[in-house]
Every structure is written in C-alpha cells, then in structure tokens.
Design a protein around this ligand. Structure first.
Ligand SMILES: Cc1cc2nc3c(=O)[nH]c(=O)nc-3n(C[C@H](O)[C@H](O)[C@H](O)COP(=O)(O)OP(=O)(O)OC[C@H]3O[C@@H](n4cnc5c(N)ncnc54)[C@H](O)[C@@H]3O)c2cc1C
Length: 425
C-alpha cells in the first residue's frame, strides 16, 4: 500500500516522525495541526530531551498502591494526584496500579519498551539526517547520579531489568563522576553513565525540522483543527476539520492527550490520562554539565539545551483542563539548587521560564501503535507517556510497515503488543 492519502491528526513529535517516514515512502501525507508544530502547547516542546534505551521502567511497579494515600497527602512529592480529579481518574488509576501489580507484569512492560527503545539513538540519528537536524542530537550518553551505593541499591531491581535486556553502563565513583559532571554537588558519589544514550537540545525545533523535511518530500501541512472522523460502515474515509471535509484513504490519530476524543468517536477503548509534567529553563545557569543528569532523589532530567539548562520532571495526575500548579515547577528549581551549588547564585537563576505539558499516558505504560479494532482505515500512534521523544522514530517506522501490510517486522511483534485490542481483552 503506497501512494495512499494518509491524514495525520497532530504534528507533535509522533505525528511529525510518522509524516516524514510515510512521505519518504511515497505516501500522500496530510499533516493536520492547528498550532505551530512543536510549539509550547505540545508535550513535544517541553520534554527533557532524553533518548534513552534505559527508559524501559514503567511508573507502576509492585507496591505502588500502598503509596497512593501518601501521594494524595503530599502535594509536592514526585508523583501527585489532585484529589478533585480522583473521580475522573479512578478507572485509569485502577488499571495503572494493576499493570504494575506483579513482577511478571512489569517485566512484560520492560520487554515491550526495550523492543521500542533499544536502538532509539540510532533511529533518531537516521531520522535527523533525513531532516538536516543532526546538530540538535548529541550522542555522548546520559548520566544517573546517586548519593551513594545504598541509594543505587534501592533501584537495583530496575537496573537488573535493564541488564537483562542487554543495556551496558559504566559506574563512576567519586572523582570520576565529578570529572564527568563538574557542576554536581560533592554529596553525589556514584554515577551510572549510559554511553549508548543520546539527547536532543531543542525538542520543539526538532519537530519543526521533521515537519519541514516531510514537506520537502511532498507532505502538506494544513493548519486546521480536526473535529470529527468520517466513519461509515466500519470504515474511516476522512475527517471533518475547521476548514471543511477532507477525504482520505487512511487516518492516523497522533494528537497526544487529545487522541482519546477521536477513539471515543470511533467507539474504541483508549484509556488515557494526562501525567502532567513541568519544566524550568535557566538561560543563565552556565553550569559545567557536558551531559544531561538525572539525580536519583529529584527524579528530573537536567538537560543542557540551546535555550539554557532545562529541569524537566514531576508527575501530576490531574484533569487535562485543570490549571497548572506552578508550585510544582518551583519544586524542580529548589531541587536543582541543592544539586548544583553554583545555582545558589541568584544571577544564574535569572529569567527562569516555566512550562507545563501533558504526557499522553496509558495505564500500562505502553503506547498505542496500530489499527482501530472497529474501523478500517483508522490508526493510532499515541499514548507514548514518558518516552514519546525516544520512541518517535521507531513509531514512524512501525506505521510505515503497517501501511505496507507488514504486521510483524523482523525484530518486533508489535501488532499484538502495542495494539488497542489489549484494552478489550
Ligand atoms: C516534563 C516532561 C518531560 C518529558 N521528558 C521526556 C524525555 O526526556 N524523553 C522522552 O522520550 N519523552 C519525554 N516526555 C514525554 C514526551 O514529551 C511525550 O511522550 C511526547 O511529546 C508526546 O508526543 P505527541 O506527538 O504524542 O503529543 P504532543 O506533542 O502533545 O502533540 C500532539 C499534537 O496534536 C495536536 N492536536 C490535538 N488535537 C488536535 C485536533 N483536534 N486536530 C489537529 N491536531 C490536534 C496538538 O496541537 C499537538 O500539536 C516528557 C514529557 C514531559 C511533560
């Protein structure tokens, strides 16, 4: 199936990656997006920039349910739940806790995410070459920092799962850690450096480069809001937009947190919640931090970006339309000041910019990549949660395989793993 008219709803990192990959393969691509692709409205704008084969550990792990009352009570913890959003979130939360309830379930999730992320830096390198965007990607690895071996041992199970999937890392003790990240507080004595990982120093710009490259391959970017799917007799044959109706052979939903709206129209079961995250960018931080760092106690990505040092993290489960709680961004800044002594200087924290975005998250921690169970011609590529940037290039390749009619590639059996049917079993 080549040369078909494919409409992609949403030009975040997922829609943009799919658009470029499909346009290169000769499809007629229509990218439908009301905003500037990669702009601050999208999760793809403000993320931590990590492209890591190590990002295979889901949020839900055994014993999580015991911690939920504490999360409700501590509004500033790394994971919080707005009590007012509880009725709206309850069904999702139930499935979320269940997905992490046994070691076997978590192991299945890590295996699936490993299949998606194992070669993420290489796939992005290739995609960035197509888009003249290699200057935005950096392949010097990523660093996890711990105060000591005891703190590292608390996460031994996660690292064991990573090792089982063949991930290699280098442990840096004391001075070796500080040689790698001179700005870190001396209290951090153990580093875990994942040399195969990469990062993006401007995720929003990266999306724009991908979209521009897709356009060079013939894709059309139409600045419009998609309101409805055109559905009849088990088939989706187009969309109704704010600029009128568009006839299409295939429709791909890549609208981030808004994807659920279209699944509802199609009668498909797509459980999705917003795991809201925040960032603070410090344009004048000027830290000696040649690679991004994740301090174990702060659970945030500290990434050198073109705009400054970005502190990205926090998980806040709340209704997508609830207003931001900027105190959560302040938590990130407070923690960074403890991690990097140089940030005690107020001058380095001047002009800090704050942002909030929605991780489009499924309860089982896996994206949805595959067809609608009910309508021919309707596809989903959404729900990438914490790993949407990292998984984007592979998602585009999978969608291209699906549209070619190849259900199972040599390395993956994705149809069963990532398909929407899993929520209907
Ligand atoms: C704080 C934070 C840190 C993160 N860090 C990382 C990280 O380090 N590494 C990583 O891999 N991931 C990270 N993520 C996750 C990652 O950012 C997301 O998984 C990813 O951006 C999701 O991309 P998307 O294209 O699905 O959604 P989005 O980027 O939200 O794009 C969806 C697009 O759909 C459009 N749209 C919506 N409705 C319609 C409609 N009706 N018609 C047309 N278009 C529509 C929107 O305007 C938007 O442009 C992080 C997320 C957050 C919040």
């Amino acid at each position: 199936m080549t040369g078909v008219r494919v409409g992609i709803v949403g030009a975040g990192i997922i829609g943009a990656s799919c658009a470029l990959t499909l346009a290169r393969q000769g499809h007629q691509v229509f990218l439908l997006e009301p905003e500037t692709p990669g702009g601050p409205h999208a999760a793809s704008h403000g993320n931590g920039g990590w492209i890591s084969p190590a990002s295979i550990i889901p949020m839900a792990t055994p014993g999580l349910w015991k911690k939920i009352p504490g999360y409700l009570l501590d509004p500033m913890g790394p994971l919080t739940l707005r009590p007012t959003s509880l009725p709206h979130l309850f069904p999702w939360l139930w499935q979320f806790v269940r997905a992490g309830s046994t070691v076997q379930r978590v192991r299945n999730t890590t295996t699936a995410l490993h299949q998606l992320l194992q070669d993420a830096p290489e796939r992005h390198r290739e995609m960035a070459q197509w888009a003249d965007a290699t200057h935005l990607l950096h392949h010097q690895g990523l660093l996890y920092a711990y105060p000591d071996r005891h703190a590292f041992a608390q996460e031994a199970q996660s690292w064991q799962w990573r090792r089982e999937h063949g991930l290699n890392w280098i442990e840096l003790e004391g001075d070796a850690l500080h040689a790698q990240a001179p700005a870190l507080h001396p209290d951090y004595r153990l580093g875990v450096w994942v040399p195969s990982a990469a990062w993006c120093s401007d995720p929003g710009q990266y999306v724009q480069h991908l979209v521009a490259a897709a356009q060079r391959h013939g894709a059309r970017l139409i600045r419009t809001t998609v309101h409805r799917l055109r559905l009849q007799q088990g088939r989706c044959d187009g969309v109704d937009t704010s600029q009128g109706s568009l006839a299409l052979d295939q429709v791909l939903i890549a609208s981030g947190i808004r994807s659920r709206h279209f699944a509802q129209q199609a009668g498909d079961r797509l459980p999705m919640a917003s795991e809201r995250g925040y960032h603070v960018v410090l344009p004048h931080a000027a830290l000696e931090l040649p690679v991004p760092v994740m301090p174990s106690d702060g659970r945030m990505a500290n990434t050198p970006m073109t705009s400054g040092l970005r502190l990205a993290g926090q998980v806040e489960l709340a209704h997508p339309d609830a207003p931001p709680n900027w105190a959560r961004a302040d938590v990130l800044l407070g923690h960074a000041r403890r991690c990097y002594p140089a940030l005690q200087d107020p001058e380095r924290c001047r002009d800090a910019a704050r942002w909030m975005g929605h991780r489009p998250s499924t309860p089982d921690g896996l994206p949805v990549i595959g067809p609608s169970p009910r309508h021919n011609g309707l596809w989903y590529a959404c729900g990438h949660g914490h790993v949407g940037l990292a998984a984007a290039a592979r998602t585009g390749l999978l969608m291209a395989e699906f549209l070619r009619g190849q259900r199972d590639s040599a390395v993956l059996t994705p149809w069963q793993i990532f398909g929407l049917e899993r929520f209907e079993r």
